[in-house]
Design a protein around this ligand. Structure first.
Ligand SMILES: *Cc1c(COP(=O)(O)O)cnc(C)c1O
Length: 447
């Protein structure tokens, strides 16, 4: 047997389904899984992964899928990207863990240097590193409350911020995230957002509505932070009307409220800018990051204004594994890949391929109510053509059709009627177009 790895650049960039799905090896694993894995943890796909790279994921029966999911916007640089693998190998042979709170190491400082450079704004910035998006959000809220000595946190409808107790309170959607898991943390206030396809409001009208609710129901002087995604991810890839996001940021500034951009899904090149806040001309006070920054490893960060990040007492922030050296090696490999391969620009090219094709499809099939998104974060919203009502069952049927044809797509949305596309930024044009051919077929089959 050869020593060359299966994944990364060695994966043939093809779509090829050669067994019924799931295949026999996946079925065997599913039986073992059913015995020992909690039923509360479910999987979208019926197949088990074997290896992946570029725009492709291969299952244990050798079926090769085009990946339009990236493990939920994580493997932006591709699975097992060569620089990620190389840096992890070096790091893992040196030491696996010391705990940064006991014995610090250079990679933590280096990652924070990159984050200070890459995030919007030219003010002094500092960072703290964690393991997951939810943990970053928890800490951003802790920091904002400490700095402002206020309690209230404002979030918006359709928002998603995680599954820990505090972040469940901040997340809008009940099923599957919250049902039965309360009581939830207090002092979280949810106000209307901007959802142009559903509310038809201008950015200014939507912002005025949200700010009026904030002033009347919470009180501007009670608020520690406004926490908002620049494009709502799990909520359905909702791009706010122009000006909405900026007006909220300006309101925060005028009222000494910390403006926290949750860029866990939108960050790190996904939307065709390094951070989606840049599309809106907003410099957030704090940014939460995770998903795409680790090259597939669990890395999360809060980066923001030095005076806010430094306001907390020494020892007030941390955790055993936060900024684990192996995970940070992955992040450093991902940063290098991003810049060397110009992947932010690549996200813009992906948008230029996807949007026109999906808009053409919308002209043929009125069940596509809306085509939206930025960069490589693109979605279509599926509705009943007669009533305009969300069509969740159709959305599931379209996604299942695509899976059977070898294209990995995800759904999202408060009404579960959004088909979303998050290809790795390294996917080739040919493969991307082939995946879109399958999406077209899936839509046609369910029109
Ligand atoms: C995924 C996500 C989170 C939670 O991240 P985890 O790593 O799953 O805890 C928070 N905010 C947004 C916008 C997300 O997309």
């Amino acid at each position: 047997m050869s020593n060359s790895p299966l994944g990364g650049n060695n994966v043939p960039q093809v779509r090829n389904i050669s067994t019924p799905l799931p295949g026999p090896q996946s079925e065997k694993l599913a039986k073992r899984r059913a015995q020992v894995v909690s039923a509360g943890v479910s999987s979208l796909m019926p197949v088990f992964a074997s290896h992946g790279g570029g725009g492709v994921l291969v299952d244990v029966d050798g079926n090769s899928f085009i990946d339009l999911a990236s493990g939920i916007a994580v493997t932006s640089v591709g699975n097992s990207a060569p620089k990620v693998v190389e840096k992890i190998k070096t790091a893992v042979e040196a030491f696996t863990h010391t705990c940064f709170m006991i014995t610090p190491y250079e990679s933590y400082v280096e990652v924070c240097e990159h984050l200070a450079r890459l995030t919007p704004g030219d003010h002094a910035k500092k960072s703290a590193l964690f393991n997951s998006g939810a943990e970053a959000l928890e800490n951003a809220v802790k920091i904002a409350r400490y700095y402002t000595k206020k309690d209230a946190i404002v979030v918006v409808e359709h928002g998603y911020h995680g599954r820990t107790n505090l972040t469940m309170a901040m997340t809008a959607k009940n099923m599957p995230y919250k049902k039965g898991f309360g009581p939830f943390a207090g002092e979280i206030y949810r106000v209307p957002t901007s959802y142009p396809f559903h509310d038809g409001l201008s950015g200014e009208a939507a912002a005025t509505r949200a700010i009026s609710r904030i002033e009347k129901e919470v009180g501007a002087d009670q608020i520690a932070a406004i926490v908002i995604e620049p494009i709502q991810g799990e909520g359905g890839f909702i791009v706010p009307a122009p000006g909405f996001y900026k007006q909220l940021a300006e309101f925060a500034k005028a009222n000494s409220i910390v403006f926290i951009a949750d860029e866990v899904q939108t960050g790190f090149g996904r939307t065709g800018k390094m951070f989606a806040s840049e599309h809106e001309g907003v410099v957030p006070d704090l940014i939460t990051m995770a998903k795409g920054i680790g090259g597939g490893l669990p890395v999360a960060a809060v980066t923001g204004r030095a005076e806010i990040m430094d306001s907390v007492h020494p020892g007030g922030l941390g955790g055993t594994y936060g900024g684990n050296p192996i995970a940070l090696a992955g992040a450093l490999g991902a940063f290098e890949t991003m810049e060397d391969e110009n992947l932010v620009e690549r996200a813009r090219q992906i948008e230029k391929i996807m949007i026109p094709r999906l808009e053409n499809l919308q002209k043929q099939y009125p069940l596509i109510g809306d085509v939206r998104g930025r960069g490589a974060m693109i979605a279509i919203e599926i509705v009943d053509p007669a009533t305009g009502e969300p069509a969740a069952a159709k959305t599931t049927a379209i996604s299942k059709f695509a899976h059977q044809e070898g294209v990995l797509v995800l759904t999202a949305g408060t009404y579960s009627n959004v088909l979303r596309f998050l290809p790795p930024l390294v996917i080739g044009d040919e493969l991307l177009n082939e995946a879109l051919d399958v999406v077209e077929k899936a839509v046609a089959a369910n029109a």
